[in-house]
Write a protein that binds this ligand. Sequence first.
Ligand code: TYD
Ligand code: MG
Length: 447
Amino acid sequence: MSKAKTAYLCSECGAHSVKWAGQCPDCAAWNTLAETRIVAAKAATGPAVAPASLEALPDNLAMRHASGFDEFDRVLGGGLVPGAVVLLGGDPGVGKSTLLQQVSARLAEAGEPVFYATGEESLRQVGQRAQRLGLSSANLSLIADTSLENVLEQARAVSARVLVIDSIQTMSSAELPSAPGAVAQLRACVGRLVQFAKQNEVAIFIIGHVTKEGAIAGPRVVEHMVDTVLYFESDPASRYTLIRSVKNRFGASGEMGVFAMTETGFRQVRNPSAIFLSRDTVDEPGSVVSVAWEGSRPLLVEVQALVADGATAHPKRLAQGIEQNRLALLLAVLQRHGGLAIGPEDVFVNVVGGLRINETAVDLPALLAVVSSFRDRALREGLVCFGEIGLAGEIRPAKFGEERIAAAAKQGFRQAIVPAANVPRRVPEGIEVVGVKRVREVLELAF
Ligand code: TYD
Ligand code: MG
């Protein structure tokens, strides 16, 4: 008999470590290492697998199912693929169960047998929510259980084509001694689900709570095992919930779907191009409208800055919705190439609506917002801008420039300041497009 080995696994990132430490050496999270017994993998048994010709393979992508929400199909890459394993992560209370219950009912109505397993709520609670949402379908079976083996057996018994696991952190497999929610348990359960999905061509949604360190492992540790990873984002101050795909084997990642939570569940927002603009503040100093590119479509956003006299010797530089380091870089460029030094003042930059913009095209609007607040002068009315800013004070083009300009024109903006390389040959009607190459030029043009 070999001695059982133990290792320390991080519940945030899943990294291994031979010794215990207060901080994970990999992701630097605190108090996340937990002792885990390592079980030697059993040699695979069962019939040997035969090869198949590529041409003879069924085309699963062509058999996508519509979820009933175009916005959800969009983040899935055009609908639900049979045999796909989709991980849905998000903070507790963001609406994961609500959305999946709505999607389950729609898929069931369309004729797909759906099996919904909840380890968090009682069937009565699920039923009450369904009633609130006005959902019912004979094709939808429910179970309140935390034993993965039993859930899979029951799902097979009803020939489910779609399986929902709510949530993976409550499920446990009898094959492992560790507690539900531990990294080893989470990995084993997801591994088992992936195998089940592929063997039976069942699409599986796995709900995972995002946890702020602690004893329960987050969905990050199993991201690599599944086909598609979606995250819910919601700002408490915003009416909208965003779902983003961060990984997708069946479509483009980085897609975003927009939903609004109502009394009767989620409603999709079909045309979100201007929902994050507040028409009251866009003409104030410190406010700039930009066109961001989210997934495969443009989105008009408002970037705000506030430059205020600092009360301390260490001026604050705070960025929300854009990267903090990017703000520091922009202020340095502004000083060197714009001749404008923001010294002891505090600088705050925020993207309205709780949005996070991960592209550099937001550089120019953020910089202009800072200048506008610093000078206490509003930008010209009806102006939008976008563009990346380089360290030499140059303004670099953004992708999809033409589409961005068209979106701004459609929303009634009359002037666009864009990187010179983004000026389209055919300018849409109603908007004037000004191409710029250097930061210095913009500071005169925009006001
Ligand atoms: P829930 O789906 O249970 O969140 P999660 O599964 O991600 O933990 O629901 C979250 C919140 O949504 C809850 O606070 C109540 C609210 N809600 C509505 O506003 N309208 C509704 O129709 C429903 C069902 C829930
Ligand atoms: Mg829930």
